[in-house]
Each structure stands twice: as C-alpha cells, then as structure tokens.
Design a protein around this ligand. Structure first.
Ligand code: SAH
Ligand code: MG
Length: 211
C-alpha cells in the first residue's frame, strides 16, 4: 500500500466527526495547495482526536509542509456530558474532565506523522495573539457557539496569505442541521471580499484568499 493510501485508511478509522468524502476533500485541496506552495505553514483550529489532522497531515507530509493542530483538548460545549457529542471514554478519571490529548497523540504517533503534524495545546485566542507566522492554509473547526466561531474567524483569518486556503467545517445554512455559526463565518468571509469560493464537499467549504 502506498504511504498516501495507508494514511487515508488510518484517517477513516480514526475517532471523530469527519465524513470520508469531506476528509478526502480536505486532503485533496491541501495537497493541491502544497504542490503549488510547498513547505507551507498550515493550522487547524479544533484537533479533537486527530482525525482531520491525519487527512491534512497526509498532504502536509507529501509537500514538506507543517500542520499545527490546535486544541485545548477539553472539548467544546457540544462535547460535554449531557450534550449530543459526549463520549464518556474521553473523560480523564483523574479530574473528571474531557481530555482528548492522549488520543490525539496516539493517533498522530500511530500514523508516524510527528514530523508533519505539531500539536498546539491551549486556547485558540491566546495562541492566535502570539502566533505571528503567516498561514498558507487555515482550517476552522473549533467551537461552534456563535461567539467562539466568530472569535476564531476574527483572530485567525487575517493570518492567511493571498493565494492561501481557508477551509471551514460544519457549514449548514439550515438551523435544523446543527448550529449556524460556521455558516455565519463562511458568509462573513465571502462578504469581506477577501475570500472567494473554490469548492465545497458536504458541510466543508473551501475558500481562497484573493488579496
Ligand atoms: N477537526 C476535528 C474536530 C474538532 S472538534 C476533526 O475533524 O477531527 C472541535 C474542537 O474544538 C474540540 O476538540 C474542542 O476542544 C476545540 N475547541 C473549542 N473551543 C476551543 C478554544 N477556544 N480553543 C481551543 N480549542 C477549542
Ligand atoms: Mg467538524
């Protein structure tokens, strides 16, 4: 099996909420960008257990790029007990809090992607304030509460270089399909005039920074 197929098989098997077709679209667009701009700096907001990091990491490895995979690893509001996406297996018995970091580390290590995927453990806005490196690719898939998604958008999108990619996950225009916050920031990106639509797959939107 080629290295690429091996990673895509691992990605599909990883724990998380990334449908196969959307994961393959992440991989494909990242690979295309990396072929155009190798050795890029990429970042995802929202790492969870490393599923999207495997799709993006496969493309990062192939193009000598590095993906920063950012998360405080305590889950979003919707991942907490009593909510829709709660998983009791991810609770740390030491303090009763959700902790996805050990699973994320195992996912990246098992895929031997540690040279291409680097974890950033902490709050998105704190890290953004101290992160000066321009981004060739930004994937926003963090908290889906409206204020959280808006803050991620405001903090991170100015770092995307012209020609760079902005990917947004869980974009549903219909309220019934799940929160509307990712849709709102998608519309904000288009309305800003700085980003243009490139493609979409399921709830994934792929945009490019025009200027
Ligand atoms: N991209 C992942 C899924 C991410 S789920 C995948 O497809 O596999 C959303 C993640 O955002 C959760 O793990 C949660 O802990 C993280 N998150 C939410 N708010 C955050 C914040 N303010 N700072 C850092 N991470 C945050
Ligand atoms: Mg998502």
């Amino acid at each position: 099996m080629s290295r690429e197929s091996e990673l895509l098989v691992l990605a599909e098997a990883a724990k998380g909420f990334m449908p196969r077709e959307e994961g393959l679209a992440l991989f494909g667009h990242a690979l295309e960008l990396g072929a155009r701009v190798p050795q890029g700096t990429w970042l995802e907001v929202g790492a969870w257990c490393g599923k999207s990091a495997l799709y993006l990491g496969a493309a990062a490895e192939a193009t000598s790029s590095v993906l920063y995979s950012l998360d405080h690893h305590h889950g979003s509001e919707e991942n907490q007990e009593g909510w829709e996406h709660f998983d009791s297996a991810l609770v740390d018995p030491a303090d009763g809090r959700l902790n996805t970091l050990p699973t994320w580390q195992r996912t990246i290590a098992a895929a031997q992607l540690e040279a291409s995927v680097v974890g950033l453990v902490g709050d998105s806005l704190i890290i953004a304030r101290h992160f000066a490196q321009p981004l060739d690719l930004l994937f926003i898939d963090g908290g889906h509460a409206l204020d959280v998604a808006r803050a991620d958008y405001a903090a991170w999108t100015p770092k995307v270089v012209p020609g760079g990619l902005l990917l947004i996950h869980d974009v549903f225009s219909d309220l019934a399909d799940g929160g509307r916050a990712p849709y709102e920031i998608y519309v904000a990106a288009l309305d800003s005039g700085q980003f243009v639509d490139v493609a979409s797959e399921g709830s994934l939107r792929i945009l490019e920074r025009a200027h």
